[in-house]
Write a protein that binds this ligand. Sequence first.
Ligand code: GLU
Length: 443
Amino acid sequence: MPVKTRIAPSPTGRFHIGTARTALFNYLYAKKSRGSFCIRIEDTDKERSKAEYETEILEGLAWLGLEADEFVRQSERVSRHAELLAGLIANDAAYISREPSKSDEGKTVEVVRLRNPGRSVTFHDEIRGDITFDTTELGDFVIARTTSDPIYHFAVVADDMDMGITHVIRGEDHISNTPRQILIQEALGAPRPAYAHLPLILDEKRAKMSKRSGQATAVMDYRAEGVLPEALNNYLALLGWNPGDDREFFSLAELCEAFSLERVQKSGGVWNRDKLFSVNQHWMRALDDETFAKAIGIDGVDSAMIRKAAPLVKERAHTFKEAREMLSTDLQCLFAEPILVRESLLRKELPDRAHLTAEALQKLTTLIAVLPEPTTPARAKEALMPYADREEEKGKGGRGAVLWALRYALSGQERSPDPFTLISLLGKEDALRRIDAALALIS
Ligand code: GLU
């Protein structure tokens, strides 16, 4: 039978990183086995389910590239659920029980209870081995709040059966639900799928990663921060699974090839934001400069310049948010004319500094004018450094003062890339114009 897996999120909250990892493992296992992967939105809890959460979950899955072969919305299957419930009642595997309502005091409701054979249930977990539960204590447990409103356990089993799900891969918080679901399966005469319960994602305190952990748990928050889907998939895969060698970087296609349930670990995976960001830096660097510049996504800014600055940004930024911050701080001078302050330009309080700075900038101007265009930072350095070094020998404030004046004239910023990089990025014409403006300010 071809493998068929599913991710079955309840749209009662934002798209959690734990759900994303469960979806990823289901996707990987299905693709590795040349099977299919389904999305089932479990939206039968009318009070807590919200359309905006469903939208976010589906957008998030699409963003991660976890495309489904089949899509099901549980709320559209209620008549089928009622039919299956009626069947169980008809053959006495379940019965209607009139009981006091929990929500409406004084009223009674007709719930449906399963006739529990009361025995121990053993199931095999692909990750944890055999697990046994005694189900006697569960008694004849409730499977529907009314004859047409089944509880979660019943809906999951009915849908997995009808969809032909062969492997249920989900979070380990569902282990204790499994025996109950197996009893329902047996009553329905449904085949038992293979089970694999994944370890939890933990925070630094080794508690289940939640809002209280003080870190973002929503996939879309990481997207907003400028994490690439390739990076999140790569990181999530290694949080609970290992390839058996020391490879660290996997594309989704490579994960599909390498994945196996045998290599899923039993213990929880500790969420490490820095690690995620360093994986992200790898995938950011893997983008060509054109794509990288587009992904930074700032409108109304010289996009050709962003492309030119891409290698510089790739060196330091771990996320696109950091990249955007660089463009509006250290690299701002690439996109806007510097506003120079005379005292900053003549920082070294040496006597006659104005005269010396003007002299140095003038000389540098002649050296820059003969540079080839475009020029590399190394070429610019080679051409200008000997002059700066000579100044050092003359003891007129030194090479530092010359380089400061040049860098400040070009950038108007306390912090920026070195002057040679600036000349190469700005181009000769722009660089010379900026130095002229600085000279005008001195005289
Ligand atoms: N809807 C359940 C949840 O969001 C998942 C059920 C399952 O995977 O069996 O936790």
